[in-house]
Design a protein around this ligand. Structure first.
Ligand SMILES: [Zn+2]
Length: 234
């Protein structure tokens, strides 16, 4: 999953845009992003590459996004639910109500950050973390309140294949439908961690249709950084 291989695969599959979002968290600092940025300047490709990040919210009031990341990247994506990582604050207890409250507080905090462009896998319960039953304790009103906050801050929600397993599917559709009603945009992600998954957005098409998401609802980076001066477009 080096940049040159990603972009070559994307070009072969006919993609016009790709976003790369290396993880920055409690252990990995932003240097990984600047290495990718350097690789980007050396590429010649027909694909427009947006340089972003997936930065952790470590707790309510604590994130890993530096000022340099805000100005140098094309977009900032944050995740507020990497609870498999012990460096990320945990709920006070494991009951579904306590877990739901924590998910919502972390998510709402992410929605309150004006520099955020996209929230990665919003309110997805990762396997080996908590029981997905917690999702039943997140109400429509809770979702709408956070979504309104996100709209005020111009934040889009990522839709990736993650979180559409059988136990979370009903919640996912409910969540996305409310986000759509509130007027949020959606960032389509493949969550590709290997080359074979690049461009596999076709997996999402039935779900997008079910929620009524159309081209008009799709978010694209506005290129806040200077990627236009990086990769050479052929
Ligand atoms: Zn993630």
């Amino acid at each position: 999953m080096r940049l040159a291989a990603i972009v070559e695969t994307a070009a072969e599959r006919g993609l016009k845009f790709v976003g790369v979002t290396d993880h920055v968290d409690a252990y990995v600092g932003p240097n990984v992003l600047w290495e990718t940025e350097k690789e980007l300047t050396q590429l010649r490709t027909s694909v427009r590459v947006f340089l972003g990040c997936e930065a952790d919210i470590l707790a309510v009031g604590k994130h890993v996004v530096s000022d340099e990341m805000k100005t140098r990247l094309d977009y900032i994506m944050v995740s507020a639910n990497h609870f498999h990582d012990p460096a990320v604050s945990q709920p006070i207890g494991n009951s579904p109500v306590e877990v739901a409250k924590h998910f919502l507080e972390m998510f709402s905090y992410a929605c309150s950050l004006g520099f955020v462009d996209v929230i990665a896998h919003p309110l997805v319960v990762f396997s080996n973390t908590f029981d997905t039953a917690c999702l039943d304790f997140i109400s429509d009103e809770d979702i709408a309140e956070a979504a309104l906050l996100a709209r005020r801050n111009g934040i889009a929600m990522e839709i990736s294949p993650r979180g559409f397993d059988q136990e979370q599917r009903a919640f996912r559709i409910r969540f996305l439908s409310i986000c759509k009603q509130v007027g949020l945009k959606f960032a389509i992600g493949t969550d590709a961690h290997s080359l074979d998954r690049i461009g596999s957005t076709w997996r999402l098409e039935p779900l997008l249709a079910e929620v009524g998401i159309t081209d008009e609802d799709i978010w694209l980076p506005s290129s806040r950084g200077c990627s236009a001066c990086r990769a050479v477009i052929e």
